[in-house]
Structures are given as structure tokens and as C-alpha cells.
Design a protein around this ligand. Structure first.
Ligand SMILES: Cc1cc2nc3c(=O)[nH]c(=O)nc-3n(C[C@H](O)[C@H](O)[C@H](O)COP(=O)(O)O)c2cc1C
Length: 388
């Protein structure tokens, strides 16, 4: 059984998270939509990418830094937005933001975070990005955008793959509700995780502080989440947001060249190729499979990034060699938080950083330009090794 001190990879942290969290919380983090086909495929497709190394190059110095929207980041991976991370560890977003700041990573704060955006903006400054779920009330969006600006976030990320929440069977089976409403089975499970229970209680449970100004005390958390999802949001609405936000605008959740071109026409600055970590549509492409045609279509004009299935520095290298300028990881930071709060979060991102530097050196790549031009082969179809 791995411990935080002995964790050698993200999958070790996942095992610790599985042990530390009640099942309802672990499954909320770990699960996906439908049969969880694309959840597995995100990882399997990355593993199918083989890179051809260049030997006998001087790799005594490896530079992993990347420029995104005019800012220099120490590493080409960042933290994807994950809502309600306080379920995993109290104030998880604050701890992740502090770690990201210390390590020079971009951190994307979710609209439905359990920490206030003003507090996180003060930690990250313009290295932090704010992710917006468009609400059914445009005035709420306008206010959230103004608050993001006032809080100092350096980019606005609009997630476009959540017209409706995906159907996540683990959550249905576990009876997930927010705030948690334990049934008999859940009570037993929670009692078997006293450390988590104590932290959850003493941290005051789960809140959505960014939305509190817009919903009265009588509106349930589930209703707030629902109202923060607008199925009528369309390209015209995205154009309105483009006119309102004068900083870098990123669209998260693009999986096809046509939508990527549409985003480009609207003046968007970047794209995150993403299927929401397999949590929304289960019959779509794995992110790394969707990446090449999007890079071909808009890569010269837009910053094309990717998330989904990144679990190692090798995965970061694979995605960058296939064409992403940077990648984001969602679950790794949450597994780390569950494994040990800030220490676990730091462990997760340090593992990725060390593995990336080692992989680049072994590939003979001294910087990300060299990594981007490494030869890619796709010929193995290896099974995913994760213990599901
Ligand atoms: C627990 C959890 C909550 C998430 N919440 C959000 C969110 O609030 N906004 C968003 O745009 N994406 C959200 N995502 C998706 C992530 O931003 C990202 O696309 C995904 O986690 C990437 O896949 P990975 O977990 O395999 O790295 C969430 C993902 C998880 C696992």
C-alpha cells in the first residue's frame, strides 16, 4: 500500500485517495459519464503515443518553461478547474493555488470552486485564470467577469461542454447530493473515514462562495449548480463575452476542427481540447486523438492546449509532441489533496515536473521547441494500467 512519503507516481496518490475518501467523494472525483469509455480512452490513447528519442545530445540543461499569452510559466502543465474541491480537503483550491504559485504553474479556478475568487486571485495574480460556466442569467455572468478582472486573473476560460451535466452513473448509484445527505450506506462509509469526516466538519462542509451573491439562502446548492448551466449559451453568447473581456480568452471543451475555426473567427485567443475528463459525453474522441486536426486547423493562430488523462511527465511530453502548447491536469491535484492536503498536492505536481524533465532529457530535448518536433508514432494500443 503506498503512503504519501513513498508515492512514486500519480496512480499511487490515487490509491491513497481511494483509501482516504468516502466512496461517494472518491467516485465523484474519479468517475466519468456513461460507460466511462472515454475516461479510459483519454489514458489509453496517450499511452499509444510513442516518441522517437534523439541520442547523444547534450542534455545537461533542460528548460521546461513555456510562454502562454505573454507570460512565462516554469512548466508546460497547469491545474485544470475542478468544482467543489472542498469535498476532498477543506479549502483545497487555496492550497492548489499556493502550490501553483510556488511552482510557476497556471491554475484555473472553477466558477463552482469552494473558495472565493477574490481570495484565489490575490494568491495567483495574473498567473491564475478564471473559468466561467455561463449562467441562465447574463447579469450574473457580467458580474462574475467583472469580479475576475478585479481579482487580477490573467485569462478567462469559458467551458463549452456542459450544456447539461453529464450522466455519471457512480454518482447516481452513490446517491450524491450537495451538500452531502448521507443515507444509511453512506453513513457507514463516512464513519469508516474519520479523518475525512473531521476535516469536512471542521471546515464547515461545502459552499459555493462565488455564487452566493446571486442566489438567496433558500436556493439549494443543486439548484444553484443547475442555474449556472445555460443550455441556450451559443456562439452569439460567446461573441458577447469576447466583447466584454479584453484579456486572453480561452474556450475549454473543443473537440473538432470546425468549432476550433469558429472560435478563431470570434477572436478567441486559446483553446483547451478537452472532453471534461470523460465526465460529460461518453461517445466522443479522446483528447489526444482530437488534438492533431485542431492543431492543423488553427494552431498557427491560436494557443492550442489539451487536458484529459495526463498522469505523468511522459503524458505531458506525448501531448506536447502531438501538438499541444501546454496541458492541464484535473484529477492528479485532487488525488494529491486527498492523500495529504497541501503536501499531497505538491507531491502530485512535483512528480509530474520531475518526470517531465527526465523524459525530455531521455528524448534528447533541451526545450519545448525540440519536444514539439520529436517524431511521433502511434502503433501500440497498450491497455490502460490504472486499477479502476
Ligand atoms: C471533480 C472534478 C470537477 C470538475 N469541475 C470542473 C469545473 O468546475 N469546470 C470545468 O471546466 N471543468 C471541470 N472539470 C473538468 C476538468 O477541468 C478537466 O477537464 C478534467 O479533469 C481533465 O481530465 P483529468 O482529470 O483526466 O486530468 C472537473 C473535473 C473533475 C475530476
Amino acid at each position: 500500500m503506498p503512503t504519501l512519503a513513498s508515492a512514486s507516481c500519480i496512480d499511487d496518490l490515487r490509491e491513497i485517495a481511494r483509501r482516504n475518501l468516502p466512496r461517494v467523494v472518491f467516485d465523484f472525483v474519479d468517475g466519468g459519464a456513461g460507460d466511462e469509455f472515454v475516461l479510459r480512452e483519454n489514458r489509453a490513447s496517450l499511452r499509444d503515443v510513442a516518441l522517437v528519442p534523439h541520442a547523444l545530445r547534450d542534455v545537461s540543461k533542460v528548460d521546461t518553461s513555456v510562454d502562454l499569452f505573454g507570460k512565462r510559466y516554469a512548466l508546460p502543465f497547469g491545474v485544470a478547474p475542478t468544482g467543489m474541491s472542498g469535498l476532498v480537503w477543506p479549502e483545497a483550491e487555496r492550497l492548489v493555488a499556493e502550490t501553483a504559485r510556488e511552482m510557476g504553474l497556471p491554475f484555473i479556478l472553477s466558477t463552482v470552486a469552494s473558495c472565493p475568487m477574490e481570495e484565489i486571485g490575490a494568491i495567483c495574480g495574473d498567473l491564475g485564470w478564471f473559468q466561467l460556466y455561463a449562467s441562465r442569467n447574463r447579469a450574473t455572468d457580467l458580474d462574475l467577469i467583472a469580479r475576475a478582472k478585479a481579482s487580477g486573473f490573467g485569462a478567462l476560460v469559458i467551458t463549452i461542454d456542459l450544456a447539461f451535466a453529464g450522466i455519471r452513473r457512480r454518482d447516481i448509484r452513490n446517491g450524491l447530493a450537495l451538500p452531502l445527505r448521507p443515507n444509511a450506506r453512506m453513513c457507514m462509509d463516512v464513519l469508516r473515514h474519520p479523518g475525512w469526516l473531521l476535516r469536512y466538519w471542521s471546515g464547515g462542509g461545502i459552499r459555493l462562495p462565488n455564487l452566493e451573491p446571486y442566489y438567496g439562502g433558500g436556493v439549494s446548492m443543486m439548484a444553484q449548480l443547475d442555474a449556472q448551466t445555460d443550455p441556450a449559451f451559443d456562439w452569439g453568447s460567446l461573441g458577447e463575452i469576447r466583447r466584454l473581456w479584453d484579456g486572453p480568452l480561452v474556450v475549454k471543451g473543443v473537440l473538432g476542427a470546425q468549432d476550433a475555426k469558429r472560435a478563431k473567427e470570434l477572436g478567441v485567443d486559446g483553446i483547451i481540447v478537452s472532453n471534461h475528463g470523460g465526465r460529460q459525453l461518453d461517445c466522443c474522441a479522446a483528447s489526444v486523438d482530437a488534438l492533431p486536426e485542431i492543431v492543423d486547423a488553427v494552431g498557427d493562430a491560436l494557443t492550442v492546449m489539451m487536458d484529459g488523462g495526463i498522469r505523468s511527465g511522459e503524458d505531458v511530453s506525448r501531448a506536447l509532441a502531438v501538438g499541444a502548447r501546454a496541458v492541464f491536469a484535473g484529477r492528479p491535484g485532487l488525488y494529491g489533496a486527498a492523500a495529504g492536503g497541501k503536501g499531497g498536492i505538491g507531491c502530485a505536481f512535483k512528480l509530474l515536473a520531475t518526470e517531465l524533465a527526465t523524459t525530455m532529457a531521455l528524448l534528447g530535448c533541451r526545450d519545448l521547441t525540440e519536444l514539439a518536433s520529436v517524431e511521433v508514432r502511434r502503433n501500440r494500443n497498450l491497455p490502460v494500467l490504472a486499477r479502476m
